[in-house]
Write a new protein. Structure first.
Length: 381
């Protein structure tokens, strides 16, 4: 190997070591987390999952607040696994800010810089620069109790970023904010994350936060990775019921044969425009589902009897939860008004207020539901 080739190889290895490289194994009596997590420099990875999936446990393990039973945490090639939290050089933003109540906004931001060894004057100068970046220069002398929630969260973000961490952890950073403030702080957070050179891991329950802030989504259920990818890919092709609910899609699994998918539970067959064969997922938007009081003329190919299980208001639209009924268990939706127990798959439909009134949609109502084959998305399981 020539000197040039050797330098190139070392450069490639150094590049590969940049960012976050972790395997997080945490064992508890009723819960095990085993998750491989990576993030490149400048990349924002959002951890998503239902309550109890292990998201916060993973974040605490990265921060050194929860010990690992096995695995490692490396940031930019530096092994942090056995280091205490205060020696990891990791920035963290919490949902409840955790600012020091007795310190001003300026001193809160300067705290981490002082801990890194910066002199008082230098730390205050750099802290003032960061407060200016987050739009709070005029609040430098204010203590946390005098700040609004949005202002406090921006101070917490400035404090985390001021120390130039190789890894930034954000634990539900917008969840404590009201809707208007959340919109404002989300926009500010997006700008600052775009300019952050290190790796960032965001834990959130809010799909909008994940879809607008993250470069990649990592979905965890029961302590294990179940899906990951760019936000658009995950949103278009969910692979678990949780992800489907998160992005607002109807999701089913079945077996495709000649453009027809027989659902795994054996109750329904759904026609779709697809050349795939074998095990597949199929998904469609709730807005693609049409509802009728009686069987529609023309008998669309994907037509099912169903029973309304819930009606939920969502702004100017309504989400109708349906229990589809197998063909051998009629609901009486042809006009006798008697809805029987379905036992089939659950389907969500989005309709207008006028449709709710015109169709008389209340819990227990019998209806007909259909979706066009062209609206059904099919992809490999």
């Amino acid at each position: 190997m020539t000197a040039t080739e050797n330098d190139a190889a070392h450069g490639s290895e150094a590049a590969a070591e940049r960012g976050l490289d972790a395997r997080l194994v945490v064992r508890r009596p009723a819960f095990d987390l085993d998750l491989v997590l990576t993030a490149a420099p400048g990349e924002v990875v959002a951890l998503l999952g239902p309550n109890g999936a292990g998201k916060s446990t993973a974040l605490r393990a990265l921060a050194g607040l929860t010990p690992l039973a096995d695995g490692h945490v490396r940031v930019d090639g530096r092994d942090l696994t056995d280091l205490p939290p205060d020696r990891r050089g990791v920035g963290m933003v919490f949902q409840d800010y955790l600012l020091f109540p007795h310190l001003s906004a300026l001193e809160n931001v300067a705290f981490g810089l002082r801990a890194q060894g910066a002199g008082r004057r230098e730390a205050r100068r750099r802290a003032a620069e960061w407060l200016d970046r987050v739009g709070l220069a005029e609040h430098a002398s204010a203590r946390p109790r005098a700040l609004s929630g949005g202002q406090a969260q921006r101070v917490a973000l400035a404090r985390a970023l001021a120390v130039r961490p190789g890894l930034l952890l954000l634990d539900e950073p917008l969840s404590a904010l009201d809707a208007h403030t959340r919109l404002e702080v989300r926009a500010a957070l997006r700008r600052h994350l775009a300019g952050f050179a290190g790796a960032a891991v965001l834990v959130t329950h809010d799909p909008l936060d994940a879809l607008t802030l993250a470069d990649r989504l990592v979905v965890v259920e029961r302590g294990r990775l179940v899906q990951e990818g760019p936000p658009g890919e995950v949103a278009r092709h969910p692979r678990t019921p949780y992800v489907a609910r998160l992005v607002g899609l109807n999701l089913f699994q079945g077996r495709a044969d000649g453009g027809t998918v027989a659902l795994a539970d054996g109750h329904l067959k759904i026609d779709a425009v697809t050349a795939l064969e074998g095990d597949v997922f199929l998904a469609f938007e709730p807005s693609a589902v049409a509802l009728y009081r009686t069987r529609p003329d023309g008998s669309p190919r994907n037509l099912w009897q169903a029973r309304v299980s819930a009606v939920e208001g969502r702004g100017d639209r309504f989400r109708i939860r349906l229990d589809a009924v197998p063909h051998d268990r009629p609901t009486g939706a042809n006009g006798d008004g008697r809805a029987t127990e379905g036992g089939g798959p659950h389907i969500a439909a989005d309709v207008t207020a006028a449709a709710v009134a015109d169709l008389g949609l209340v819990e227990g109502s019998p209806v007909w539901a259909s979706v066009k084959a062209t609206e059904v998305r099919v992809y490999p399981a």
